[in-house]
Ligand binder design. Sequence first.
Ligand SMILES: [Zn+2]
Length: 74
Amino acid sequence: MALLFELTDAQEEKAKKWLEEHDCPAKKFMSATGSSPALGERVRFVFVPTMLGDIAVIECSCGAYELLTGWEDL
Ligand SMILES: [Zn+2]
């Protein structure tokens, strides 16, 4: 059985917006030095299964993270 984790459209929007807008030292460093991770791996998604449903979190390589799941999603 496959385990699938999905973001809703609203969560995907929230993730993109947050990635653009959070105050990101990693992004500043990359644009200042013109360097970027070998595979472009600046972001990762974490899914935490709970009794109420999956909690989705986006994490940036700078260490910042944002919850994408709100109470309305559970
Ligand atoms: Zn960041």
